[in-house]
Design a protein around this ligand. Sequence first.
Ligand SMILES: Nc1ncnc2c1ncn2[C@@H]1O[C@H](COP(=O)(O)OP(=O)(O)OP(=O)(O)O)[C@@H](O)[C@H]1O
Ligand SMILES: [Mg+2]
Length: 167
Amino acid sequence: MLVDEVVRAGLARAETVTRDHRVAVQLDPELPRVSVDEAAITEVIYILLDNASKYAPAGSKITVRASRDGERHVRLMVIDEGPGISAENRERVFEKFFRIPGRQSHDPRRSGIGLGLPIARRLVEAQAGWIWVDALDGRGTSISMTLPATVETPDVDRPAPAALALK
Ligand SMILES: Nc1ncnc2c1ncn2[C@@H]1O[C@H](COP(=O)(O)OP(=O)(O)OP(=O)(O)O)[C@@H](O)[C@H]1O
Ligand SMILES: [Mg+2]
């Protein structure tokens, strides 16, 4: 599956929640395809965009970035300009029902129960990927995930249809 397709699907699913933010997409040229379940990764991108748009102020920028990560993976990142996640909470935010104390959505109509990130982690790990909160010095939050690149089987390994027909 093309990374571009899965990113577009996630952005489309999150369109209503990201309306008050500026969303930028940066895809490296010549990304390999990824072997993932499209519905699952669309949901993960939605969960990250939902959080970014909930906790970062209206009008701020949200960036979705994809780059090659070695030979076997593609790295997808969702980066915002909000309050950030401190070092001691970087793993805790993936625990069920954990919410950073005192942290409110800037939109009072959009609350939460603390299940988005644990679900995102389950979905990514089910695709043989990893998801984590990046360590940032400055402002904002950056969440990264790796997804397995599709292994392209060289043509020589496959019997040609003509050869099969001869048997
Ligand atoms: N982009 C972000 N910026 C700042 N804090 C965040 C961000 N994403 C998550 N958090 C913090 O991590 C907590 C857990 O996130 P998670 O998505 O699991 O739950 P939620 O957003 O509170 O609720 P739900 O996703 O179930 O509606 C949030 O409550 C928030 O405190
Ligand atoms: Mg959430």
